[in-house]
Design a protein around this ligand. Structure first.
Ligand code: FAD
Length: 587
């Protein structure tokens, strides 16, 4: 299956003359000539990492799966992780969504990561640099910074407090959503590239930060947010209550946590959902999630919330805990109050307001509080590094720089949106900032040259290989510029579940499966590949003046014969051709 168009297809798409223009006394004339210019797809524009998704789909449409994976890896060293747990903003803005259903981009990324071959030799830098950079923390932000800095030629060491690298990807997100062998494989490639990872090394305790400043030319802090936050209600310190990140970390370290039969989880984010599903798999029978807003405002992914309910976990919406109740010194219940939604608060979501007199009791043996996490940044104060009242490291959002020269920060500990893709993006930004700092280049200018649209994301692909990937990153293709006549309607191929909910709760095996390889070509075909020339030949075949020429490097325009009728531009399926003043051709 490929995107090549036949004469028969064309007859269906557009009025197509096969005669000669010699019968006309005058033809159409215009000084505007077609220019082939690759642009930016809306999915790429929406992706915090800036993955060149349309080009990867194009390569895959020709069966080049390894090349498609390489395109993802030019900006993202963790496609197998993102292909499983990313919140896929790319799909929300997919042009195909306007036509029938969004393309399963996350499923495609996972498919490539699981089936494509990585050639680390091609990712290695051409020149090595003498400067050494230390990264503290091996979560997605630290891993991403290490990968991109190494590709830029720097020598990088990661220091990690926990026994294994990965941060929340290993010690937060459970195995049933992100199997550890997938994470190990992708961290393995980062090591193969040359990054040194020292685990069991807590900076500030095992290693003084001041020593590191002397040994390395730049530091990137990617500490995450591993401290639980308090509920701030009476009874909070009773036995039987623990915070969500500690609970998940303990389980992911392979230790046991004794929970009662009746468990309440407070919160509506990923941590709350994962705590509830982990408790279910660990033997708790009666689990209730208590969330103070409605389902629409739950920060967890909709599909994960759905999965939770299928596994028999109750969700008590518009309710908040008021106090924890004990009997004989043992936790026995939570008094909750009903909430209603008011005007939006600082987060933009409707403010939950208690409905007085609506108190009710939930009987419990254990409570897991998952209402937020805080960075553990106390030790940074020894250097005079500024952190805010929530312990978040203060950085300039344009340069990722802290108040101390040569120290940069990113990810959850620096207040980035608490998602994997955003952490990876902030690691990329940190890498660019550090390389500009060490080279004495203005980062704002460097960023602008490779910025994607008007987003805070930029392209390493474009930075490292501009000749190979000359797309105009500022021009984003809207839906109304897609020639939908070229695309048959077709249903989306979703990832199937590997297990029924009944089977799933008995173990920690991965629940979501990959798209079947026999189905993948159909999903690849569904992608419009907005803004990417797929050499479909429509311009070549439809030109009434036979002015579009086909060569081994793509198309060129014979401007002596082109009358500027713009047939090619209007019919181009992917909005790759523009009519411009000048000599035409390819940009
Ligand atoms: P982390 O991943 O937290 O990594 C920080 C690392 O720094 C840790 O390994 C820590 O041990 C180390 N460290 C800290 N201090 C020191 C020190 N002093 N010395 C050495 N090392 C140190 N996001 C999604 O997009 N999708 C999801 O489905 C999703 N699910 C989640 C589920 C859970 C349960 C949790 C907790 C989070 C989830 N997230 C999800 C959010 C996502 O995991 C985080 O936003 C992301 O991991 C943050 O990356 P990071 O690199 O900033 O920090």
């Amino acid at each position: 299956m490929n995107d090549r168009i036949t004469i028969e297809d064309i007859k269906q798409i557009a009025p197509f003359s096969q005669g000669s223009t010699e019968i006309f006394l005058t033809g159409l004339w215009s000084s505007r000539k077609p220019v082939h210019i690759d642009k930016t797809s809306p999915c790429r524009h929406a992706c915090p990492i800036g993955n060149d998704i349309a080009r990867a789909f194009y390569e895959a449409s020709m069966g080049h799966y390894d090349e498609a994976l390489r395109i993802f890896r030019q900006d993202n060293p963790l496609p197998g992780v993102c292909g499983r747990v990313c919140y896929h903003p790319c799909e929300v803005l997919c042009n195909r969504k306007e036509y029938d259903e969004a393309v399963n981009i996350r499923g495609f990324e996972r498919f490539l990561a699981d089936n494509g071959k990585v050639d680390i030799g091609r990712e290695k830098p051409a020149h090595l640099r003498k400067e050494r950079v230390a990264i503290i923390g091996s979560g997605p932000a630290g891993l991403s910074a290490s990968y991109h800095l190494t590709r830029l030629g720097f020598s990088v060491t990661i220091f990690e407090a926990l026994p294994e690298p990965g941060g929340m990807l290993r010690y937060g997100i459970p195995e049933y959503r992100l199997p550890k062998d997938i994470l190990d494989r992708e961290i393995g490639y980062i090591r193969d590239l040359g990054v040194e990872i020292r685990t069991g090394a807590r900076v500030g305790k095992d290693l003084p930060l001041t020593d590191m400043r002397n040994d390395y030319q730049a530091l990137f802090l990617a500490l995450g947010a591993h401290g639980g936050t308090e509920l701030g209600i009476k009874g909070e310190h009773l036995p039987g209550i623990m915070d969500g990140v500690t609970y998940l970390r303990t389980i992911n370290l392979g230790k046991k946590v004794r929970l009662g039969k009746k468990v309440a989880v407070i919160g509506g984010g990923n941590t709350a959902i994962d705590c509830a599903r982990t408790a279910r798999r660990s033997g708790a029978k009666d689990i209730t999630i208590i969330y103070r807003r409605s389902r629409t405002e739950m920060p967890a992914l909709a599909e994960d919330v759905e999965g939770t309910e299928k596994e028999g976990i109750k969700i008590e919406l518009l309710a908040a805990p008021r106090r924890l109740i004990s009997e004989n010194g043992k936790l026995s219940g939570i008094e909750c109050v009903r909430m209603r939604l008011g005007e939006p608060d600082a987060s933009g979501r409707p403010r939950p307001i208690p409905v007085e007199g609506s108190e009710f009791l939930v009987s419990v043996d254990s409570v897991i509080s998952a209402t937020g996490q805080a960075p553990q940044t106390e030790f940074l104060k020894e250097l005079g590094l500024l952190v805010d009242k929530n312990s978040v490291i203060e950085i300039s959002c344009e340069t990722a720089a802290t108040n101390i020269e040569g120290i940069f920060a990113g990810g959850d500990s620096a207040g980035t949106r608490a998602f994997v893709a955003d952490a990876i993006a902030s690691g990329k930004q940190g890498a660019l900032a550090i390389s500009c700092y060490l080279d004495g280049i203005d980062i704002k200018k460097a960023f602008k040259n490779h910025q994607i649209g008007d987003q805070p994301s930029f392209s390493f692909q474009h930075l490292l290989d501009p000749e190979h990937y000359p797309a105009d990153l500022k021009k984003v293709v809207p839906y109304n510029k897609i020639n939908t006549l070229c695309f048959p309607h077709g249903a989306r191929h979703d990832n199937p579940d590997n297990l029924t909910p009944k089977e799933a709760v008995k173990n920690f095996k991965e629940v979501a499966g990959g798209i079947d390889p026999s189905q993948m070509p159909f999903e690849i075909y569904r992608c419009f590949k907005c803004g990417t020339c797929t050499h479909c030949d429509l311009c070549f075949l439809l030109c009434p003046d036979i002015s579009i020429m086909k060569g081994k490097d793509g198309y060129s325009v014979r401007t002596d014969f082109c009358k500027g009728c713009s047939q090619c531009a209007t019919t181009c399926p992917r909005n790759v051709i523009e009519m411009g003043e000048g000599s035409g051709g390819r940009k």
